[in-house]
Design a protein around this ligand. Structure first.
Ligand SMILES: Nc1ncnc2c1ncn2[C@@H]1O[C@H](COP(=O)(O)OP(=O)(O)O)[C@@H](O)[C@H]1O
Ligand SMILES: [Mg+2]
Length: 309
């Protein structure tokens, strides 16, 4: 019995001397939604490409569905799928023809029956005979997912599935991910959106500067910042000077408007020290609010601490 369906140990990858992944370790539970959170260029796609056998790692031991990625890439390939893989879907073909094509390419026995089951699951039965070129953006994403499930994969990689989607389609995509989880599929999802991780993930890892700087459930990540997020409000004139004072702090984020959020350990002493700093600099703090930390705060504090070393 294998508890972890993906096991990554010491994964390294560089491109032309630039280190992108500098020793990634991750364990992902079967049937869970795992979220790799990182800003643009963090190395998310590189990780997904390595795990899905499209790119070779420089170093590292990776086991997927019980198979060693290096020794048994074909077995791994048969156990996984990736959306976006069939993004070059033939728009002249109907949804059904596209599905059949994948079934034939992958030599799936009973692919016609499988296609019908998936059409039902993704509410595409009514549109199956229509040219996919006439589908809405949301329907195309659904068809793309349905196509990537033709081979009955155990793991589905979704690399930034909602980037570029409008809010309505983003929410629809989230519902699809929940449905996929209910179908028992392990989801490996990458995103730049904290809200997405917060909504979907059983387990989140933050990729920053080539390493995993924090990981756990959303609740655990929030606990990394006990009660320490403090929001300070300033006058327009004093906002700039306040910002420069806070540049020395480990994690200050600029909120929209005239407030700054600072991470402290939550103690009264820490807050006092902070306020004394402003008083000494002649800056008036208009108000102080204790904030419940969001995943965004965790993310920002990770990025800041990553920059310091
Ligand atoms: N084939 C490549 N050759 C050179 N550099 C690459 C290549 N692929 C990715 N990179 C670089 O590796 C870094 C991580 O890229 P990527 O994995 O695409 O990040 P993300 O998906 O998180 O935005 C970036 O700096 C990118 O420019
Ligand atoms: Mg990417």
């Amino acid at each position: 019995m294998q508890d972890y369906i993906i096991n990554i140990n010491g994964l390294y990858k560089s491109f032309k001397g630039v280190d992108v992944l500098k020793g990634i370790n991750l364990k992902i539970r079967k049937g869970s939604v795992f979220c790799l959170l990182g800003s643009n260029g963090a190395g998310k796609t590189t990780t997904v490409k390595i795990l899905s056998t499209l790119l070779q790692a420089d170093k590292g031991k990776i086991n997927i569905c019980g198979f060693d990625l290096k020794k048994d890439p074909q077995k791994v390939r048969e156990s996984i799928s990736m959306t976006g893989q069939y993004a070059a879907v033939d728009e002249l073909l109907t949804g059904r023809e596209n599905m059949y094509l994948i079934g034939q390419l992958l030599h799936i026995a009973g692919y016609k029956e499988r296609a019908e089951i998936l059409f039902k699951q993704f509410e595409l039965s009514g549109a199956a005979n229509r040219r996919s070129g006439t589908y809405s953006g949301g329907m195309r994403r659904k068809l793309d997912i349905a196509m990537s499930l033709m081979g009955n994969p155990q793991i589905l990689f979704l690399d930034e599935p909602t980037t570029g989607l409008d809010p309505q389609n983003r929410i629809a995509m989230w519902q699809e991910v929940i449905k996929l989880k209910q179908m028992g599929i392990t989801i490996f999802l990458t995103t730049q959106y904290l809200e997405e991780a917060e909504r979907l993930a059983d387990h989140v890892a933050i990729l920053n500067n080539g390493i995993i700087t924090a990981e756990g459930s959303v609740g655990q990540l929030k606990n990394l910042l006990p009660i320490g997020a403090v929001q300070l409000m300033f006058d327009e004139k004093q906002y700039g000077p306040a910002q420069s004072i806070l540049e020395a702090e480990s994690a200050a984020s600029n909120d929209a408007g005239l407030s700054l959020t600072v991470m402290t350990d939550g103690s009264v002493e820490a807050l006092t020290t902070l306020l004394v700093k402003f008083r000494d600099a002649g800056i008036r703090v208009k108000s102080v609010v204790q904030k419940q930390p969001t995943l965004e705060d965790v993310f920002l504090s990770q990025i800041y601490s990553g920059k310091e070393d």
